[in-house]
Design a binder for this molecule. Structure first.
Ligand SMILES: [Zn+2]
Length: 377
């Protein structure tokens, strides 16, 4: 078990990259003697290792970095059938993959994780010795201790203490998280947002997810539901949404909605890339659909920028590219709908992700807990 000072040091390196003992002492306000002792203990534990020597005005110093293989984590995504599972190291690198049957019964899920664990760890004895946590990503609201699913429509759950059920069955500390929030944590720990304190992640797929980091911390709101832009009303009185309301962003801009609009227009192509191809040769229906969806998403993001003033909006997508009509209209809609003083101030990046996105996000939840300690996200 790491001390809070040790975790503080790991968190700083995780955010800044390799640092010298002097740089870490300055950042954390520790004396040089205290920092030397702390660094020595973490090197002895195999958590830190020495990297390059830096030459400055004073004596040369050696930078320290996290040892990727000092701790390993399991990530499980309960968003697909079969449910993907990954084994990752402390830097988010995926070392092995498996899948397990998906169930809505928490005890069956715990059994499936327990059965798949030995297979996942079979060729990785170091990982088995240093397995430090299991993370599970799901669609729904999760409590702030990342232990209990408060509500999930997809899984038909109310107040399910899934983390305890899985950790009791597997003997490994377990944390759960909402899918989009898990992706945001993964981007903060290992990805594009590593050195950004305020940012929002929008996950664009069949549904739309969203999560925010504010002042370097994941923001979940009072009921765990902060960031649900998918169910912000964009067209009052519009089409019915699966949530029970009408005119939600999800009914216009999700990839599922785009596909349904394309079918309703009589188009045979329904994916974003196919619609982009059709739009580029002047197909009016494809242009109309892409315009409508991108305008709606741009409006929602403009409102998000107006409310939180983030340093980055990161839009992750599994399908398509954003260098065509959809991406152009989206950016225009953002610029048109923010206050003039915000216009052009917030970088919007598109990131094509692979199918590991949710399981990798889940593993990052466990890694995050390892780095910063429980319940201090
Ligand atoms: Zn809705």
């Amino acid at each position: 078990m790491l001390t809070s000072s040790q975790r503080q040091l790991l968190r700083v390196i995780s955010e800044c990259g390799p640092l010298s003992r002097t740089e870490m002492a300055q950042l954390l306000g520790f004396s040089k003697a205290a920092m030397s002792g702390l660094a020595r203990d973490l090197i002895d534990l195999g958590v830190l290792h020495e990297t390059e020597t830096v030459y400055g005005p004073g004596r040369p110093s050696v930078r320290l970095d996290l040892s990727p293989e000092c701790a390993f984590f399991i990530g499980v995504s309960l968003l697909e059938e079969p449910a993907p599972m990954v084994l990752s190291d402390l830097t988010g690198k995926i070392i092995a993959r498996r899948s397990m049957p998906l169930s809505r019964d928490p005890a069956v899920i715990a059994d499936a994780v327990a059965q798949a664990l030995p297979e996942l760890l079979a060729n990785h004895p170091d990982a088995a010795d240093r397995l430090s946590g299991i993370g599970i990503a799901l669609s729904g609201f999760v409590d702030e201790t990342q232990a209990r699913c408060v509500q999930s429509t997809l899984l038909n759950w109310q107040d399910v203490p899934l983390a305890r059920i899985v950790s009791d069955r597997c003997g490994v500390e377990t944390f759960i998280e909402n899918d989009a929030k898990a992706v945001a944590v993964s981007e903060k720990l290992f990805g594009t947002a590593r050195d950004i304190s305020n940012f929002s992640v929008v996950t664009l797929g069949d549904g739309i997810g969203c999560a925010h980091f504010i002042d370097g911390k994941l923001y979940r709101g009072n009921h765990g539901g902060a960031g649900e832009i998918a169910h912000c009303t964009i067209e009052p009185g519009g089409s019915p949404c699966r949530c029970g309301k009408r005119g939600c962003l999800d009914t216009i801009a999700s990839m599922k909605a785009v596909g349904e609009m394309a079918r309703a227009e009589g188009l045979t192509c329904t994916s974003l890339s196919e619609l982009e191809a059709q739009a580029s040769v002047g197909n009016a229906a494809a242009i109309r659909i892409l315009h409508r969806a991108a305008s709606a998403l741009g409006l929602a993001i403009a409102n998000l920028i107006q409310m939180n003033d983030p340093g980055l909006i990161l839009i992750t997508h599994v399908e398509g590219s954003f260098d065509g009509l959809f991406g152009t209209v989206l950016k225009q809609a953002v610029e048109t709908n923010v206050l003039p003083r915000y216009a052009g101030q917030t970088p919007i990046r598109f990131k094509r992700v692979d199918s590991d996105i949710w399981a990798r996000g889940a593993a990052s939840i466990a890694a995050h807990q390892f780095l910063i300690g429980p319940h201090s996200s």
